[in-house]
Design a binder for this molecule. Sequence first.
Ligand code: ZN
Length: 273
Amino acid sequence: MADLSRLALNTATVTQQWSLQDCIAGCARHRITGIDPWRDKLQKMGVAEAAKSIRDNGLRVSGLCRGGMFTGSDAGERYQALDDNRRAVDEAASIGAECLVLVVGGLPKDSRDISGARDQVRDGIAALLDHSRACNVPLAIEPLHPMYAADRACINTLGQANDLCDELGDGVGVAIDVYHVWWDPELKKEIERCGQRILGFHVCDWLVPTRDLLLDRGMMGDGVVNIPQILSWVEQAGYTGLIEVEIFSAKKWWREDADLVLRTVKERFKAYV
Ligand code: ZN
């Protein structure tokens, strides 16, 4: 079981209700130690102001969501993506984020070449590494469930992410989100293989049935994921960092009062993480 002092709020969990200012204040009010902001909210608040407020409230920043989307139909598109990723690295450095989370990108428009898309992802991360290493911002590849291979991320297993890390060297690791990887028969083995490479750990639950491919994640305890088991593997691999709660839930949690959501997050974290 995880200690509450390791809880971090991914701001997506209350994205409909709260601005980043509200999230920072909410974390302080509920004594939540860590936060992972999304870039749109960060930019809305202003990076410098957010950095100050995060510092003033003594919060750790488990990550910044998100960089990535490296794939594109032509060199121009891919260059734009790289440019935006460099800005994301700068933002992550400004707020003291412990990593930049990468949702790597799916198939370019009208493409059927998933292997080519994976090559583009590798090349995109490789091109970003000079800058991210210089800024001391580790890049965390987040493998996404295969149902997102076309539109969000063509890196779909932890094994693939590990292979990429082997190829790319220092400055790149993984973010393990139970929602995306819980089903993988190779999961335990691949977590062992990660070792010190684990940069983030994200939790929520897989609901049965899942009614929306993107926006129907469950609160811990409402689904079928054995979170403590996966966490125990992650800890055996050496991970001692923050544990982020990240729940996209259009029909349930985004409609609730955000303070109630945070209270529920804490209760469920104690019971199911
Ligand atoms: Zn995640």
